[in-house]
Ligand binder design. Structure first.
Ligand code: GDP
Ligand code: MG
Length: 160
């Protein structure tokens, strides 16, 4: 049991409408907040940065993700476009981001299974090839949302 506190910036990226804000709000209830994850080794305090709609203009400044320890790239499983856009974000972060960035690819809106356009296997294999943590969530039913933040906190702890 340790009393160390690790501060980590976590950024959310992805198409407008993918569900970034809903994912964050389904855990705590604010668009910009901190979540504390208690581990055996240390406490990870996540400062979660959500966008204020700037993704609409494809103008998220590199400043937004500078210094981030973790990035959550969200797409909507019912939108192929949002998946393509998510992969572009992953590319950009791999080229420009912190080399130790812990990244998660998140297929959101799994409650809309009947409207699914992005296969689980396809996204999972892409994530594996690129060393990303992969999970499918629903901000609507809260499925896997806690697990997402828990896993990110854990990965960050492992790396510290
Ligand atoms: P953002 O632009 O990425 O922040 O997306 P929002 O969180 O604002 O969500 C966009 C729309 O998708 C809203 O109408 C949400 O209610 C809806 N939404 C978000 N997550 C889910 C989900 O998991 N399932 C369903 N069915 N709708 C969702
Ligand atoms: Mg939003």
């Amino acid at each position: 049991m340790g009393s160390d506190v690790i501060q980590a910036k976590l950024v959310l990226l992805g198409d407008l409408g993918a569900g970034k804000t809903s994912i964050v709000e389904s855990t705590i209830g604010a668009a910009f907040f901190s979540q504390v994850l208690c581990m055996d080794e240390a406490t990870v305090k996540l400062d979660i940065w959500d966008t204020a709609g700037q993704e609409r203009y494809h103008s998220l400044a590199p400043m937004y993700y500078r210094g981030a320890a973790a990035a959550v790239v969200v797409y909507d499983i019912s939108s192929t476009d949002s998946y393509i856009r998510a992969r572009k974000w992953v590319d950009e972060l791999q080229r420009q981001g912190n080399p130790h960035l812990v990244m998660a690819l998140v297929g959101n809106k799994v409650d809309l299974e009947e409207k699914r356009h992005v296969g689980t296997q396809e996204a999972m294999e892409y994530a594996e090839r690129n060393g990303l943590f992969f999970i499918e969530t629903s901000a609507k039913t809260s499925q896997n949302v806690t697990e997402l933040f828990y896993e990110l906190g854990k990965h960050h702890c492992d790396l510290s």
